[in-house]
Design a protein around this ligand. Structure first.
Ligand code: ZN
Length: 203
């Protein structure tokens, strides 16, 4: 399986990092070795001194598709959850300055914890989902899928022009504002519509 990440899909987050609003999705990938399931701890890596949490809605692809039309794209995901797109902000900043790729900042081992997947039919409208992250019992990020610049369906259609989507592939659909650093000992709890789906510690 592969993990597709989307950068700057919420306007307020693009602004907090002084980035322009994109006119096309910004796409990057993480390998399967980035995935962390089952609320296992995130081990702080030794190559960064500024790892940030990015809370994101994650959708799971449920059928194979290539060049998927946007108006059929809703058939390609049935489940979703929350995930953290851990980002080594210090490495990413250097990469941006040099125009280099983001992989070492974004795609490292264990950089993609995901919560329990739930059927999208559990919610009345996936385009109006409120979600949030608590860090040590303090709310640090919250967003609503109605604020996405590019919808789930647009992202599926767009990504499938370049990559064949396969069952089990994940799309991290971008973070709302409020990203910030984590440190060993931190406790992260993420929810959708008040339903806690991810709960883990940084070690
Ligand atoms: Zn992200």
């Amino acid at each position: 399986m592969k993990i597709i990440g989307i950068g700057r899909n919420y306007g307020a987050h693009a602004k907090e990092l002084n980035n322009a609003i994109p006119d096309e999705p910004i796409v990057f990938m993480k390998p399967d070795t980035a995935l962390v399931k089952g609320n296992k701890p995130f081990f702080y890596p030794d190559f960064s001194a500024d790892v940030h949490h990015e809370l994101e809605i994650v959708i799971k692809i449920c059928r194979v598709g290539k060049n998927i039309a946007e108006n059929f794209a809703n058939r390609y995901f049935e489940e979703l959850t929350v995930g953290i797109d851990f980002t080594a902000r210090d490495i990413q900043q250097k990469s941006k300055e040099k125009g280099h790729p983001w992989e070492t900042a974004k795609a490292f081992d264990n950089s993609a914890p995901v919560g329990i997947f739930v059927p999208k039919t559990d919610f009345p409208n996936v385009h109006n989902l409120h979600f949030g992250l608590n860090l040590n019992d303090k709310k640090v990020q919250s967003g609503d899928t109605s604020e996405m610049i590019f919808s789930f369906e647009y992202l599926i259609a767009y990504a499938s022009r370049f990559f064949t989507l396969q069952m089990g592939d994940l799309i991290f659909t971008g973070t709302p504002a409020g990203v910030g650093p984590v440190k060993p000992g931190d406790h992260l709890v993420a929810e959708i519509e008040g339903r806690v789906l991810l709960d883990f510690e940084v070690k």
